[in-house]
Design a protein around this ligand. Structure first.
Ligand code: SF4
Ligand code: SF4
Length: 187
């Protein structure tokens, strides 16, 4: 009798616990799924998220303020100056070291280095984590045009200066010639 009681109690427990489980399943069965199919889908990223940096290269003046502000020296840049224009060689950020503190962003006088919303930076090669933020190497097209215009202006100025110098030098000779002519007329 005791064995039969235990048997039926076990049957009842199995049915009851299955129903409890199925009640939870049933609750979510008709709801919209909450699983995000990453990377095809992504959760919305907060506005102030500190992800991988991006640089507005056209605005950058190679002042090194961001590199100096970085507490672990992750930022290195190299550019050649042609007067006011820059020829970019590299602007790297080492993500093996970066701790995403954003301290490099605040001192930028041109507000051109930002922390973006991208976070996926997966690689098998650690050297690739030294990421170049440049969108182009060398000089921007507009910078080339500005440099050419400045060179032409400089040449024009120099030519005008040379012409003015030549005129100044020839002025006393012309005066002498004029005086000689006048002396000749009196005789
Ligand atoms: S986020 Fe912080 S650690 Fe990373 S580059 Fe900027 S200052 Fe350096
Ligand atoms: S602080 Fe700004 S302007 Fe200066 S080098 Fe860095 S990104 Fe460029």
């Amino acid at each position: 009798m005791h064995a039969a009681k235990t048997y039926f109690k076990n049957v009842w427990d199995s049915v009851a616990t299955t129903l409890v489980g199925m009640r939870i399943t049933g609750k979510y069965l008709l709801q919209k799924p909450i699983t995000v199919q990453y990377p095809d889908e992504r959760l919305p990223i907060p506005e102030r998220y500190r992800g991988i940096h991006y640089l507005e290269q056209e605005k950058c003046i190679d002042c090194l303020a961001c590199a100096r502000a970085c507490p672990i020296d992750c930022i290195e840049m190299d550019a050649v100056r042609h007067g006011k224009e820059l020829e970019w060689i590299s602007f790297t950020l080492d993500y093996q070291k970066c701790m995403f503190c954003e301290l490099c962003v605040y001192p930028c006088p041109k507000d051109c280095i930002h922390m973006g919303t991208e976070f996926a930076f997966v690689t098998y090669d650690r050297s690739e984590l030294k990421h170049d933020l440049l969108s182009f190497k060398g000089m921007a097209k507009e910078a080339r045009i500005r440099m050419k215009e400045a060179e032409e202006k400089k040449k024009e100025k120099e030519a005008a200066k040379a012409a003015a110098g030549g005129a100044k030098e020839s002025a006393p000779e012309a005066k002498l010639e004029k005086a000689a002519d006048e002396g000749g007329d009196q005789t």
